[in-house]
Write a protein that binds this ligand. Structure first.
Ligand code: SF4
Length: 256
């Protein structure tokens, strides 16, 4: 059995996505937002020793983990003490890629290829992008960071290729909503071509990615009018040939 474990490095975020309640409130857990202490991170990792279940670790729940002032130190430490996967079997990172330098990209690829760990330990980096053009990015994400994010994600992919690494896979995510649906096709084409030019196999998914490869993920929006949101998502993924015609995309048990 596996346990998905989220250790939230911070509930702060650096942008304001229109579809995220995190961006609309001053607190997320009934108290002021904060950054995890180093001692808490160390103790939490130590607590994984001897667990019988496979631990699938993610340093994120709400907020943006990469803006933790010691993000690189925290992640490097976790991998350094995970000899033989004794603490966690899998690791995944969710990020908006706004703060994602070349050094950070190289560090993550290097950690994913740490000697002594199962090859697929660092399963994927989930990039929440949600737009193709900077203009739409600004509307959906509440920040003029579209060009920067596209550049950062591309540089990560290039870094991974330059290092000849299979992992971490990249999930390029796009939450389908009225403000960006018109760009879904361009988003898919752009990232599919980019990955293909690097010789990567890529999956297209309308539900939580489960294949062992890079994935372009058109995700449905959770909102007040769920029926309308589901209908828009179903139309877009059918038009793009991601969900078979005549089949209603259903939310999988693992959807996120
Ligand atoms: S980047 Fe993530 S946490 Fe931040 S506002 Fe967007 S969806 Fe919410």
């Amino acid at each position: 059995m596996a346990i998905n474990l989220n250790l939230e490095l911070t509930d702060h975020c650096n942008i304001k996505c229109s579809m995220c309640s995190q961006s609309m409130r001053d607190e997320a857990h009934g108290m002021p937002m904060q950054f995890m202490e180093w001692s808490t991170w160390r103790a939490a990792l130590k607590g994984l020793e001897g667990m019988e279940e496979d631990i699938h670790l993610c340093p994120h729940w709400l907020g943006e983990p990469t803006i933790h002032p010691q993000f690189d130190r925290f992640i490097e430490y976790a991998f350094a003490i995970n000899h033989g996967n004794r603490l966690f079997r899998e690791f995944k990172l969710h990020t908006n890629a706004v703060v994602f330098s070349e050094e950070r990209a190289a560090l993550l690829v290097r950690l994913a290829n740490t000697p002594g760990l199962a090859e697929d330990t660092f399963r994927f980096v989930h990039f929440s992008i949600d737009a193709f053009t900077p203009e739409t990015y600004a509307v959906v994400k509440g920040a003029d960071r579209g060009e920067q994010v596209n550049r950062n994600v591309l540089r990560f992919l290039q870094e991974r290729q330059a290092m000849g690494a299979r992992y971490p896979h990249a999930t390029l995510a796009f939450v389908v909503q009225p403000d960006n649906a018109h760009e879904a096709a361009a988003f898919v084409e752009h990232w599919r071509n980019t990955l293909a030019s690097m010789g990567r196999e890529v999956a297209l998914s309308w539900d939580w990615p489960s294949q062992d490869r890079d994935t372009i993920y058109l995700r449905r929006l959770n909102c007040g009018d769920q029926a309308a949101s589901d209908a828009l998502h179903a139309r877009i993924v059918r038009e793009l040939g991601i969900a078979p015609q005549g089949q209603t995309p259903l939310r999988g048990a693992e959807s996120f």
